[in-house]
Design a protein around this ligand. Structure first.
Ligand code: GLU
Ligand code: ZN
Length: 487
């Protein structure tokens, strides 16, 4: 299987990129890299009513963000340019003409209403309700008569009269009976070529050797196998047919298929919340594939190294956002401090805590603060909440709404905390801690939780924060004292 592997990721640019799409891209990418093959990125944008330039740009941007590099495709080019199907319409028109000329396809004059009527009749009579072959063998006169009525024909592919079977890379032997694969439209009456044509034509022209795609496309495969035979017969392809592998469904909540519309599908959500691309890919790799030995934490390179298609499961995979988030936490903990600081920075910026460039002081502060939060973050966006008290302008600092320091206890605690802190000689965490313990726990006889809780709210604005004494050390003496006094 290692000879000249060529796989493709060929999404349609409709709507926003979603995780199902990324899983397909990832498995193809890993398969290509594992076999030293070629990963082709092709854009299936022939549906002008649904495709958009924004979606196209979002797709490119997403693959770049994820680090799934492609060898041929938009921006990088390649021997089979162009890789946007909207720029290949002449090719499809030519192939469709050849298919008709050679008898592999034919003009179909049926209107949608007529088709629906006959489907309905078939259902009533208990027959399989696919296309009934009405226009398969029209005579020249019958055609002329339809044309005289002003009907514009669609182009329909003539399925051979036989069953179709293939050895699926994931599912093993798959069979479709003839009656379940009726003749199908490849070009609309308005001349627009459909997925049914453009996808196999490009797979043939681009010498694709393996097609790995979602199980929802299983029923396209018998049609495409017949199409490949026709393309070979008319000299469009060199006669090789790709091997097919259908990736299992991804299930969401309530045991239904994860839908593009589910919020946890949106790739953008993961970027905005601060999932690391490495972590998201690591998690998506587990949806239908396993590395073995129960290994669930690995890099993209390790996945590529280990990616055997035989380890892809036929069983539906379950999407579990909690697990994805936990893996993200593992990845965050695995990063070096500088790397993590660099990744947190945009989130501080998005929260309005820092400007376009960090000042040297902010940079130092961030490096010093990262170790305090690294153990407890699961997403990068959480860092902005946890570290906000350090970066916020002192004038803008406010205690979280809902935290109450107005009681007499809090007043007494903060008053003695202030006195104790003012006399700390060396402003570091151990000195701060022993001063506060002496004053509040030993002096006032408070439980540490009560004593330090009030100080924590005064200094960080929240009941939950990074370790208190380290936080106070980083915040510095003046800012800390000012906050306790203000509280
Ligand atoms: N453009 C198709 C889709 O996004 C590609 C399907 C395939 O891989 O054949 O569903
Ligand atoms: Zn017809």
């Amino acid at each position: 299987m290692t000879e000249g592997v060529r796989v493709r990721f060929c999404p349609s640019p409709t709507g926003n990129p979603h995780v199902g799409m990324v899983r397909t891209a990832l498995f193809n990418w890993a398969f290509a890299r594992h076999h030293d093959g070629v990963f082709v990125f092709r854009v299936e944008d022939t549906d002008s009513a649904r495709d958009s330039e924004d979606s196209y740009l979002a797709l490119l941007d997403s693959l770049r963000w994820l680090g799934l590099d492609w060898d041929e495709g938009p921006e990088v080019g390649g021997p089979y340019e162009p890789y946007r199907q909207s720029e290949r319409l002449e090719t499809y028109a030519k192939v469709a003409r050849k298919l008709v000329d050679a008898g592999y396809a034919y003009p179909c004059y049926c209107t949608p209403e007529e088709l629906e009527e006959r489907r309905e009749a078939a259902r009533r009579e208990g027959r399989t309700p696919g296309y009934d072959g009405h226009c398969r063998d029209l005579t020249a006169e019958q055609r002329a008569a339809y044309e005289a009525e002003g009907r514009l024909p669609a182009t329909r592919f003539r399925m051979p009269d036989r069953d179709f079977a293939w050895d699926d890379l994931v599912r093993g032997e798959v069979t479709f009976a003839r009656e379940h694969v009726p003749d199908y439209v490849i070009v609309r009456a308005n001349g627009e070529p459909l997925y049914t044509l453009v996808n196999p034509v490009d797979d043939a022209l681009m010498r694709i050797t393996h097609v790995l795609r979602g199980e929802d496309l299983l029923s396209s495969t018998p049609r495409q196998l017949a199409m490949y035979d026709a393309l070979a017969a008319i000299g469009v392809s060199d006669g090789t047919t790709p091997r097919f592998g259908h990736l299992p469904y991804v299930m969401g909540e309530g045991n239904r298929k994860l839908s593009k519309r589910d919020p946890e599908s949106a790739l953008l959500m993961y970027r905005e919340e601060g999932y690391l691309p490495e972590a998201l890919l690591n998690y998506l790799a587990l949806l239908g594939w396993s590395m073995g030995e129960d290994r669930e934490f690995f890099s993209l390179a390790e996945m590529a190294e280990a990616f055997e298609i035989t380890r892809v499961s036929q069983n539906p995979a379950r999407f579990d956002l909690k697990k994805c988030t936990a893996i993200n936490g593992d990845w965050i903990r695995s990063l070096g401090v500088d790397d993590l600081a660099r990744r947190i920075e945009p989130f501080l910026r998005a929260a309005g805590l820092v400007g376009a460039e960090l000042t040297p002081a902010q940079r130092d502060l961030l490096s010093a603060a990262v170790p305090l939060v690294q153990e407890r973050m699961e997403t990068l966006a959480q860092a902005a909440g946890m570290l906000g008290f350090l970066f916020v302008d002192d004038a803008a600092f406010a205690i979280d709404a809902g935290e109450d320091l107005s009681g007499d206890d809090a007043r007494a605690v903060l008053a003695s905390a202030l006195t104790a802190l003012e006399s700390v000689a060396t402003w570091d965490a151990p000195s701060i801690e022993s001063a506060l313990r002496a004053a509040l726990v030993d002096g006032l006889g408070l439980k540490p939780k009560v004593a330090f809780g009030a100080v924590r709210v005064a200094v960080t604005g929240r009941r939950v924060s990074p370790p208190l004494f380290e936080s106070m050390e980083l915040l510095g003496r003046d800012r800390t004292l000012a906050r306790v006094a203000a509280a």
